[in-house]
Write a protein that binds this ligand. Structure first.
Ligand SMILES: Nc1nc2c(c(=O)[nH]1)N[C@H]1C(S)=C(S)[C@@H](COP(=O)(O)O)O[C@H]1N2
Ligand SMILES: [Mo]
Length: 414
């Protein structure tokens, strides 16, 4: 799927019988319910200026998620509620968002994790390696922000289609696995002339459709391999099926879509993938333009931050204003908070351990607030000195919103 939109109806209808057919029928029904259900007022604890859909049940493959902490937009798009990620840097597994462009594979694939196979191509000695082989090759751990390209889509005024994520399609995760460069070295290095690293997802695709229109396959410039990890563990637990188990590629600093789950093929290629999701999908383009390969791809993430508390009401006196800030492809250096919608700013303080360049940092600003109305906004600055912008340009699919103004929250101090 090129954008964060649901599968077009036609594709569901030809999906046929079997697991995929059954799941997609569910997705269709939920899409229909979406259209009918009224939007309800955001309850306490969420940004009051964004309407959220009524609660839906968690689908079986993510039944272990915290129902009270997530918004189920559809069986394949589940958002963490604002303010539910805690203040201990790492986003707990049971609240981290979920995004599947096609239904997740059958749970059978995590029954024997070590047997999962990855085909490595475009190297000196191409080879099929099992997870067990990969575990023998090396081990590294890295913290990185996983964020969907469409995070913040709800804040665009032009109503782009696709999931209306606010701030919850993001989290900070510690991944463990083997560095891609270790695997590449073991297999004789990258074939000369291969400028891209292409990752392919292992979902079972429905028969009778051109796989190129459905397959989840993304290319990134080979430079990204320096930090890339083939991960089998997430926050100390075996990688769940929902988050890509048995094996997923993690490309720190890159948008979520490039972090391919159920990875079955890793290829070093002279050209970029011609899969629809890569060739024309996830591109920044004008609202009235069609997606095209020459438009910027959703690769590196820019600097971003938002407030996580308070979100609605606060008691008069000292208030601890918290939030998260990250630099995307760069480290985050500083963050400022404003209680008057961006007229005046004060430097916030980072809280907790610094887990490195690709992790986010929690921040806090203690403010003494009298009764009244406040617009809380935050603005981060990365290690290159890039300041989070006030706005982000409108674009067709509603990707990449990191504008600080729209991410603010209105709080009443009583
Ligand atoms: N195989 C596969 N990998 C995938 C996807 C997918 O649908 N299939 N979705 C991508 C997108 S768009 C995002 S935002 C992230 C979401 O990761 P999560 O569900 O673990 O939060 O996975 C990416 N990797
Ligand atoms: Mo995404």
């Amino acid at each position: 799927m090129p954008t964060e939109k649901r599968l077009p109806r036609r594709q569901f209808l030809v999906a046929g019988a079997g697991v995929v057919g059954a799941l997609t029928t569910g997705a269709l029904q939920s899409a229909a319910q979406d259209a009918k259900k009224p939007e309800v007022e955001a309850p306490v604890g969420k940004a009051p200026d964004v309407k959220v859909p009524e609660a839906k049940a968690l689908p079986p493959y993510v039944s272990w998620k915290r129902a009270d902490a997530v918004i189920v937009h559809s069986p394949e798009t589940i958002e963490m509620k604002r303010g539910y990620g805690g203040t201990s840097v790492i986003t707990p597994n049971d609240v981290l968002y979920i995004r599947n462009n096609v239904p997740a594979p059958d749970a059978a694939i995590v029954a024997d994790r070590d047997a999962w196979k990855l085909s490595v191509e475009g190297v000196g000695t191409p080879k099929v390696l099992t997870v067990s082989d990969l575990k023998a090759l090396g081990l590294e751990s890295i913290a990185s922000v996983l964020q969907c390209s469409g995070n913040g889509r709800a804040f665009f005024d032009h109503k782009p289609s696709g999931t209306k994520w606010t701030v919850g399609a993001a989290g900070c995760v510690v991944w463990s696995g083997v560095p891609v460069r270790v695997v590449v070295e073991a297999l004789g290095g990258i074939t000369p002339g291969a400028g891209f690293m292409t990752s392919t997802g292992g979902e079972t695709l429905p028969d009778g459709l051109d796989p190129k229109t459905l397959i989840v396959e993304r290319s990134v410039p080979t430079g990204a391999i320096q930090e890339a990890l083939l991960a089998w563990e997430m926050n100390g637990e075996p990688l769940s099926l929902a988050h890509g188990g048995p094996l997923r590629i993690v490309i720190p600093g890159y948008h979520g879509v490039n972090n391919i789950k159920y990875i079955k093929r890793l290829a070093f290629t002279p050209v970029e993938s011609d899969a629809k999701i890569h060739k024309t999908g996830y591109r920044l383009h004008a609202v009235d333009a069609k997606s095209a390969p020459e438009q910027p791809s959703m690769w590196e993430m820019p600097v971003k931050s938002w407030v996580t508390s308070p979100l609605k009401d606060a008691k008069t006196g000292r208030v601890q204003i918290t939030g998260v800030a990250f630099g995307g492809i760069n480290a985050v250096n500083a963050v400022e908070v404003s209680v008057d919608g961006g007229k005046t700013w004060a430097a916030a303080r980072f809280v907790g351990p610094d887990l490195g360049r690709y992790a986010w940092r929690q921040f806090v600003l203690a403010a003494d607030l009298k009764p009244g109305s406040y617009r809380l906004v935050s603005r981060a600055i990365d290690a290159k000195g890039t300041v989070q912008p006030e706005d982000f340009p409108t674009n067709g699919s509603g990707y990449g919103h990191n504008g600080w103004r729209a991410h603010g929250v209105d709080v009443t101090v009583v």
